[in-house]
Ligand binder design. Structure first.
Ligand SMILES: *[C@@H]1O[C@H](CO)[C@@H](O)[C@H](O)[C@H]1NC(C)=O
Ligand SMILES: *[C@@H]1O[C@H](CO)[C@@H](O)[C@H](O)[C@H]1NC(C)=O
Ligand SMILES: *[C@@H]1O[C@H](CO)[C@@H](O)[C@H](O)[C@H]1NC(C)=O
Ligand SMILES: *[C@@H]1O[C@H](CO)[C@@H](O)[C@H](O)[C@H]1NC(C)=O
Ligand SMILES: *[C@@H]1O[C@H](CO)[C@@H](O)[C@H](O)[C@H]1NC(C)=O
Ligand SMILES: *[C@@H]1O[C@H](CO)[C@@H](O)[C@H](O)[C@H]1NC(C)=O
Ligand SMILES: *[C@@H]1O[C@H](CO)[C@@H](O)[C@H](O)[C@H]1NC(C)=O
Ligand SMILES: *[C@@H]1O[C@H](CO)[C@@H](O)[C@H](O)[C@H]1NC(C)=O
Ligand SMILES: *[C@@H]1O[C@H](CO)[C@@H](O)[C@H](O)[C@H]1NC(C)=O
Ligand SMILES: *[C@@H]1O[C@H](CO)[C@@H](O)[C@H](O)[C@H]1NC(C)=O
Ligand SMILES: *[C@@H]1O[C@H](CO)[C@@H](O)[C@H](O)[C@H]1NC(C)=O
Length: 515
């Protein structure tokens, strides 16, 4: 810790009395290596720009800190000399590991490229509470694995809910301090962020949030408007959307992504169905669903129609879609080779990845109608937005999980924000459909909307004019100007967004985010 930073931190503590602040404990990073980096060999000493800290905060903010109402947050910082300000970074999840990002920057590892252009800033990476170095919950999945389809009848629904409740009970029984499971929602996370900001001695905080990091960021901006610096929200997930709308919009986005895979095949001479022309991938999907055994028309395999749909909706098209992989898998299946669609091997991976998300997501998520009829209605209405029949959708999985989570949000208000932020979306983002960014923009009317024309969940790793626009905003505070180009359209506050383009009209390739 350099002396001027110690002074800044100390001034921060003494200059504000709004919190009975606990001081940050700076710790030796070498003894607090984030989980994803454990086992790597680092040069010694670690870079002087890398700092690791802890801060005690109340578990339940409605009560004073102390005793079993105390939890410890873990965070890291990349701190250059003469920092120009504080940027809080969050990659989403919820619950994704965060602390390793400062290490990536300080050591110039692969993901340092996400922050190119922001090297002059303090970059703060806080593991959100209940996760990783911030008082991680202890939960056990036991031998529970999710199947490749969601329950459709009441008995199946009840059995599914029983598994969810059993899992939740492991979190409640195994985690400490007692009661923590109901205090790891976004409501608490934004309070934590403000405590860390204040303890660092900064009056304003900038924010670089991706995916669920945009949801945290929006609630912070709404709750602490006086401390909001430059907020760049990439792949916007807004509050205030009904369950039915959220799920219907994601179905529409999923179907658009499958059409993009067809557009990709048209452009890819190595695609096995390239010569078949437009629509070949959509046809192959239908054929694979139809052939899939053992109840399918060709029982050469144990891969079911639901397994095929699962791989489209939850494996190949999620995140940064693997169009080439999907196109190969569908083609191979139509030739009787089902090896790329074998759910049995993937089930534990998928279960381990999605179920823990509930721990925070369900605390934030309001169930509009928590009856079996309400759930069935979502399946029915959702299907109307899914003419291609992919069926399996991750907002729907999360919804189903939350119907049995012991703690869910009592309401789902919109989150109006006056600040001038930059919201970033991509036309063919399936995880956070671009319509959600339009909804977020309507709640933040002084903000600029950057619409990247291309694929992927998030623009942080897609070099080009859309990324440049929001990184420049973080670096300079200048809101991007309106523009209308092949790979980006930027809308100033008060302007009207164009309809989502036809998936075949936006070129595919590296510039569209396809690596
Ligand atoms: C780290 O260094 C040790 C000793 O030099 C070596 O045995 C090990 O393989 C290295 N690990 C990695 C991940 O490079
Ligand atoms: C930052 O400041 C420290 C101490 O003042 C100095 O040793 C170091 O070389 C500086 N680093 C850079 C990159 O300028
Ligand atoms: C960081 O790594 C990238 C690519 O690996 C390289 O181009 C760049 O020069 C490195 N930056 C520094 C400051 O070493
Ligand atoms: C899963 O675990 C439960 C409880 O430990 C046990 O009753 C059940 O038989 C197990 N099921 C399988 C398929 O292993
Ligand atoms: C999780 O469980 C392990 C082993 O039972 C225990 O050592 C650890 O303290 C627990 N962690 C929390 C946060 O409760
Ligand atoms: C793929 O797209 C690029 C860029 O739009 C274009 O130059 C190329 O000709 C296309 N290739 C095929 C096979 O359509
Ligand atoms: C299907 O699964 C059963 C039981 O797991 C196995 O006996 C059979 O060989 C499998 N069939 C194929 C075609 O993989
Ligand atoms: C099936 O496809 C996989 C993956 O492309 C490949 O490795 C394997 O050789 C194929 N099997 C047959 C029998 O063609
Ligand atoms: C839940 O949804 C069902 C089906 O749409 C409807 O019949 C029922 O009245 C709803 N219940 C509540 C409490 O809104
Ligand atoms: C709202 O934002 C505008 C421009 O961004 C600013 O001029 C105004 O003071 C803000 N109003 C409030 C109540 O914060
Ligand atoms: C952008 O350009 C396209 C055609 O090139 C046009 O259809 C669209 O209306 C323009 N949008 C804006 C916001 O100017």
């Amino acid at each position: 810790m350099r002396s001027h930073s110690v002074l800044f931190a100390a001034l921060g503590i003494f200059s504000r009395f709004s919190y009975a602040l606990n001081a940050i404990r700076w710790v030796d990073c070498a003894e607090h290596v984030p989980v994803p980096l454990q086992g790597m060999n680092f040069t010694s000493p670690l870079p002087s720009t890398l700092h690791c800290g802890q801060l005690d905060v109340p578990m339940d903010y409605s009560k004073p800190i102390g005793g079993s109402n105390t939890i410890t947050l873990g965070f890291t910082m990349y701190r250059p000399n003469n920092s120009q300000g504080l940027i809080n970074f969050n990659p989403g999840g919820p619950g994704q590991e965060v602390a390793s990002y400062s290490w990536e920057i300080a050591l110039n590892l692969t993901r340092a490229s996400w922050f190119a252009g922001l090297e002059g800033y303090d970059i703060l990476a806080i593991d959100t509470r209940g996760w990783w170095s911030s008082n991680a919950l202890n939960c056990s999945l036991g031998n529970w694995t999710l199947s490749s389809s969601l329950p459709s009848d009441e008995a199946g629904f009840n059995a599914f809910q029983a598994s969810v409740r059993a899992y939740a009970q492991t979190c409640i029984s195994l985690s400490t301090p007692p009661g923590i499971v109901q205090y790891i929602g976004t409501r608490e996370v934004v309070q934590d962020w403000d405590r860390v900001r204040a303890a660092l001695g900064y009056d304003t905080m900038h924010h670089f949030g991706i995916s669920y990091g945009t949801y945290y960021g929006a609630l912070y901006a709404h709750t602490f408007p006086e401390h909001v610096g430059r907020f760049a929200l990439d792949a916007v997930y807004p509050a205030g959307v009904s369950n039915v709308d959220l799920i219907s919009l994601q179905y529409a986005a999923l179907d658009r992504s499958l059409v993009r895979s067809d557009a990709y095949c048209l452009n890819d001479t190595t695609c096995p169905l390239h010569s078949q022309g437009k629509g070949a991938i959509l046809e192959a999907f239908k054929t694979a669903v139809d052939l899939a055994g053992p109840s399918g028309s060709e029982s050469t395999s144990n891969v079911t129609a639901d397994d095929v749909r699962f791989f489209v909706g939850l494996r190949y098209l999620v995140g940064d879609p693997d169009f080439a992989g999907l196109n190969d898998a569908l083609y191979e299946a139509t030739q009787g080779n089902w090896s790329l669609l074998d759910y049995s091997k993937f089930a534990p991976v998928f279960t381990g990845a999605i179920v823990p998300i509930t721990q925070t997501y369900c605390l934030d998520y309001h169930i509009d109608n928590n009856t079996f009829e309400g759930y069935s209605n979502i399946l029915k209405v959702g299907a109307e937005s899914d003419p291609l029949g992919v069926k399996f959708l991750f907002f729907l999985v999360l919804h189903a999980l939350c119907t049995a989570w012991p703690y869910t949000a009592a309401s789902n208000p919109t989150v109006p924000i006056n600040a001038s932020m930059v919201l970033v979306t991509a036309d063919f983002d399936y995880n956070t459909p671009t319509e959600l960014a339009t909804i977020g923009w309507s709640q933040a009317p002084n903000s600029v909307l950057v619409d990247r024309h291309g694929d992927d969940h998030g623009t942080y790793n897609v070099p080009g004019p859309a990324r440049t626009a929001f990184i420049d905003f973080l670096a300079t505070g200048n809101l991007p100007a309106a523009t209308n180009q092949t790979f980006v359209t930027i809308y100033e506050p008060g302007s009207q967004r164009d309809p989502i383009p036809d998936p075949y009209s936006v070129p595919v390739g590296v510039e569209a985010g396809d690596m």
